[in-house]
Design a protein around this ligand. Structure first.
Ligand SMILES: CSC[C@H]1O[C@H](OP(=O)(O)O)[C@H](O)[C@@H]1O
Length: 384
């Protein structure tokens, strides 16, 4: 397989790669996804023509990451509407594809509501279909703008909290352009620091078991020319102990009303390490990730994923012999505990950075005000 970094450099392609795009070929509209399960070795596109195909892509993490799941879910509703499928069946299937990232159901709801409003006005499903697409496109644009604002607010916070000079940032999982309509959440802050000449090192947790850090964050860091170093998740503690981490930057999949943060499994131990070593633990997420209807961390449904993701290594180029198609690393029949996320309590979170600014300390009252501010801004821009 050609080295896609070398190819990208030869092609002088921009570092950002579209994680998804809507296209309207003669045979009908499609949603084109960059299959993230094949990265970094292969840049393969998936063409979805209906909601079931997109549901499978979401479940397999071919498309992933909270903000992008919301955008994909909205486009999935638009795809069903445009192709004359049952919109409510499609919306229900998409919203239920993965339970933890609240953005998915938010995005699906946005497009479904727009469709039904237009259907009530027109009485014709095909005349109502463009409204769902318009809602998906607006969410896509809003997320790109939110990503840029989070990068600004996040870098300003790092500069406020940390000594002048280069910042050494540790990040977990993947939070770049592959999870966003723009350049991402936490990774977008690291990218902004890099462009400002203030990123001394990006420590990249490999993020077992699906290796989003090794496969995706390293891929995005390489394409953007960041100074990055990959590490096994269990090596993070020794970096803190050596004083090599100035701040932790992570994303979020759902933030409860009390400020509890659900994020990729392995985030909570980093929060404990950061507190013990007096290192800022910063969550970067758009306001769409805050779920005021979920009161606290115990109320967040944490997705439990198949055991084979732990007992086997998945390498698409090397088909394995395991039941999950991977290369077994544990005895056949080994049971595995595989929660996709964990929950960090608000008292361990130094700040939550959103497009509306940084919230610190993290309190229920502060979050409520942040959400109210976001609603007011949306109303002022004509999206109530
Ligand atoms: C900022 S959204 C990215 C978020 O989503 C990841 O989960 P997954 O790879 O399972 O979609 C992880 O929690 C990231 O922080």
């Amino acid at each position: 397989m050609a080295d896609q970094y070398a190819q990208a450099r030869e092609d002088n392609r921009p570092p950002g790669i579209p994680a998804l795009r809507w296209e309207e070929p003669p045979e009908g509209p499609v949603l084109v996804l960059l299959d993230q399960t094949r990265l970094p070795a292969q840049e393969v596109e998936l063409v979805c023509t209906d909601a079931p195909a997109l549901v499978e892509a979401i479940r397999s993490l071919a498309v992933r990451g909270a903000p992008l799941l919301g955008i994909a879910g909205a486009y999935g509703v638009a795809l069903a509407a445009a192709r004359g499928f049952d919109v409510d069946d499609a919306a229900d299937a998409l919203a239920g594809a993965r339970p933890t990232a609240v953005n998915l159901s938010v995005g699906v709801h946005r497009a479904r509501s727009a469709y039904h409003t237009a259907l009530a006005e027109t009485g014709d499903p095909l005349l109502a279909a463009p409204a769902a697409l318009a809602a998906a496109r607006q969410l896509h644009r809003e997320d790109a703008r939110a990503s840029a604002r989070m990068a600004e607010h996040g870098l300003a916070l790092l500069d406020e909290l940390l000594p002048a000079g280069g910042h050494r940032i540790l990040t977990h999982c993947n939070t770049g352009a592959l999870v966003s309509g723009g350049e991402g959440t936490a990774f977008a802050v690291a990218l902004a620091a890099h462009r400002a000449g203030r990123l001394r090192r990006l420590w990249v947790d490999e993020t077992r078991p699906l290796l989003q850090g090794a496969r995706l964050t390293a891929y995005e860091a390489a394409r953007n020319g960041l100074a990055y170093t990959l590490l096994a998740d269990n090596a993070a503690g020794s970096l803190f102990a050596a004083g090599e981490v100035d701040a932790v930057l992570i994303g979020a999949d759902r933030i409860a009303a009390d400020g509890s943060v659900a994020n990729k499994v392995g985030s909570y131990p980093l929060a404990v390490l950061a507190r013990y070593h007096h290192v800022p633990f910063i969550v970067v997420a758009p306001v769409t990730t805050v779920d005021e209807r979920t009161p606290d961390g115990a109320s967040i449904e944490v997705e439990q994923r198949p055991g084979h993701e732990v007992t086997e290594l998945a390498a698409p180029q090397v088909p394995g012999t395991g039941a999950g198609g991977g290369i077994p690393v544990a005895p056949l029949g080994t049971q595995a505990y595989n929660p996709a996320f964990d929950v960090t309590p608000p008292e361990l979170v130094t700040a939550i950075v959103t497009e509306q600014g940084a919230l610190s300390p993290v309190t229920a009252e502060g979050l409520a005000e942040l959400c109210a501010r976001s609603r007011r801004a949306a109303e002022e821009h004509g999206r109530g």
